[in-house]
Design a protein. Sequence first.
Length: 468
Amino acid sequence: MEQSHSALARRMKLMLDEEQLTNCMRCGFCQMACPTFLETGLEAASPRGRIALMKAVVDGIMEPDETFQSQMDLCLGCRACEPACPSDVKYGRLIEQTREAITQEKKFSMPVKLARKTFLQGIFPHKGRLKFMGKSLRFYQRSGLQNFARTSGAMKMFPPHLQELEKVIPEVTGDGLTDLWGKSGFPARNEKTSSGSDVLVIPAVGEKVSRVGMFRGCIMDVMFAETNVNTVRLLRQAGFEVVIPENQVCCGALHAHASEMEDARELAGQNLIAFKEAEVDYIVSNAGGCGALLKEYDHLMKDAADPSQRDDAHRFAGQVKDISELLQDIGRPLVPLEHIPGKDVTVKVTYQDSCHLRNVMRVQGQPRELIHQMKGVSLCELQGSEVCCGSAGIYNMTQPQMSMDLLDHKMEHVKDTQAEVVITSNPGCLLQMKWGVDRAGVSDRIQAVHLVDFLTERVQFDDQEEDM
């Protein structure tokens, strides 16, 4: 993957936010919040160190060579440094701009170029192809192919970390949210927007509190569609009318993680239209990674040529809420079950923060408050819950060693809590924690679950037309 260092330096000088570069006071408060610094102890692996490297390139003091680029790649993008920074440096924007410049100048090998094009452009932006991917995964899991791949040794063709990850992929339904809801027997009606686009409207239980647009996501709707269904059920129970725009697309977070920012902006533009036409009060996400990018659509679209699109992005960003915010702060209180049929209501749990939910959306109290409200649940705080688990979008694919180091340390803290359940609020974090439970050999006594699924099992519903 060759590139011209001088060309990259010129591009960085054009793209990087000079004000943010100079805002850094070099105080070092960010270091103790940075997972890669804590793991390595290297100044260059801290936000302060990376900003110094960026500035040195922009000022013409150093060339952005392979060592420079490897440090930019090592950053998780967890943005834990931002809440810790007394100068409010927008480090996330700087690393995003730097990576975008690197990507634009890099000449990828043909296999890498093909993989990026296939997934980022060929699959994730297209609902029908995502659905096909889900059904293909379901066929793989249920046809015997998965068992054959594991017992025949075929999985050994893949790197060890991918072999481990394959073992914890949940069993998928092959159907998305709207498909599952249609089969459930729960009420819904189809409506048309002013432009003729389809939306599915699901009424609130009881008096309506507000109208909320459901962002179903791509990975969520393929691998965790039942969690999406449970999200809608919780929202209904709390008094929200839920609207699902048919023409919504991937949020663009995976594209942003891969520094394909133009693709991310194109997807954002489509979502701005879809949710504006749906005429909702809030836009809800149950995935911290998606929610963080949705919350920053105003920044993503700040250079849009059309002023109305910039206005729409600003309005959209202000409407985005995590599911826990809506349930805890705005909706009617959920009623916890006194008894769970066939299960002991008493359970000890711990909570692993989604980095983007905590550091970008600034949501950390609401999930814990909801957990505390459930009967018989003892919440034990996880040491270092604010430290990234190592998932970080596609980081566990591109930086497997650092990702696994972080995960293994995380699991030591999980075991210290003696919790039976690890709860989190993002699909990537959930897969990573399932992976960690498996790696640590404690799957017989610890399970990892999404906050929404945990609450659904323990909340009293008034919509029991059909057992789901």
